[in-house]
Design a protein around this ligand. Structure first.
Ligand SMILES: [Zn+2]
Ligand SMILES: [Zn+2]
Length: 218
C-alpha cells in the first residue's frame, strides 16, 4: 500500500515537496484513494495561500471551522482540510459546525484574519456524477473495494486544475477569536477516581467530581 500511495502522489505535478509529503501522509492516514480528500486538501492549500501562510499551521496558530455535517458524503473532504492545513480535531483547532456544506473557514488565531472557502458547484457536480459515487458508493460499495481505475482518476483530477477552478474564496476578513489558555493541571474525581483535566472538574459539596459523576446534567 505504501509503495502504491507513494507512486500515486509522485505522479502529481505542481506541488512543492512539502505539500507532496503531507499528501502522501494524508493518503496513508485517510486509507483510500477518492475524490473527496483531495478536494479538501486543495481547498486547504488555497485557504492558506489566501491568508499568506507559507506552510501548514504550527503551534496551534490557526483554526479551521468546517461546515460539513454528518451522515452525508463529506468526511473525506474534511480529512483533506485537516491534512493540508494541519488543523486537526485532536489538537482542538478543527471544529465542526454541521450545515451539510462543503465549506470551511480558516482563521489565524493571533490576528483574527480569516477566509471562507467553498467548493465550486461544478466541482461537486462532477464528483457526484462520477462512477465512484453513482456506480459504487451510492450502491453501498466500500471505498477500498472500488477498482483503482475508477478511484485513482478521481484522486488525481483536482491536482490538474488551478485552485481557482476548484474553490471560491471569501475574504480575507477579520473575526473575533476567543482567548483560551491550555490547562496542564490534573485532578482525581472524588467518586470514580478518574484523572481529569482541572478545567473539566466540577465542585460538588466541596469535592471535585468529573462530568460523568456530576449530579448536574447541565
Ligand atoms: Zn475518501
Ligand atoms: Zn468520576
Amino acid at each position: 500500500m505504501f509503495d502504491k500511495n507513494r507512486a500515486l502522489v509522485n505522479g502529481i505535478e505542481g506541488m512543492t515537496d512539502e505539500q507532496k509529503e503531507y499528501l502522501y501522509s494524508a493518503l496513508n492516514i485517510h486509507g483510500h484513494a477518492c475524490g473527496g480528500m483531495p478536494m479538501g486538501y486543495v481547498a486547504g492549500l488555497a485557504a492558506m495561500k489566501a491568508l499568506g501562510m507559507d506552510s501548514r499551521e504550527r503551534n496551534m496558530s490557526t483554526i479551521a471551522i468546517v461546515y460539513a455535517g454528518d451522515g452525508h458524503a463529506a468526511g473525506c473532504f474534511v480529512d483533506g482540510v485537516q491534512f493540508s492545513t494541519g488543523c486537526t480535531f485532536g489538537k482542538g483547532i478543527m471544529k465542526k459546525e454541521p450545515k451539510g456544506k462543503w465549506q470551511f473557514m480558516l482563521i489565524q488565531k493571533k490576528t483574527g484574519k480569516a477566509v471562507k472557502v467553498r467548493i465550486k458547484n461544478e466541482i461537486l457536480d462532477k464528483a457526484f456524477s462520477a462512477p465512484f459515487i453513482t456506480k459504487y458508493r451510492a450502491k453501498g460499495v466500500n471505498p477500498t473495494d472500488i477498482p483503482e481505475e475508477i478511484a485513482v482518476p478521481g484522486f488525481t483530477r483536482l491536482f490538474t486544475l488551478k485552485p481557482e477552478a476548484v474553490v471560491e474564496i471569501e475574504g480575507p476578513f477579520t473575526v473575533e477569536v476567543p482567548k483560551a489558555k491550555p490547562c496542564f493541571n490534573r485532578v482525581s474525581c472524588s467518586v470514580c477516581g478518574a484523572t481529569v483535566a482541572e478545567n473539566y472538574i466540577r465542585m460538588e459539596e466541596g469535592k471535585p467530581v468529573c462530568p460523568d459523576c456530576s449530579r448536574y446534567t447541565g
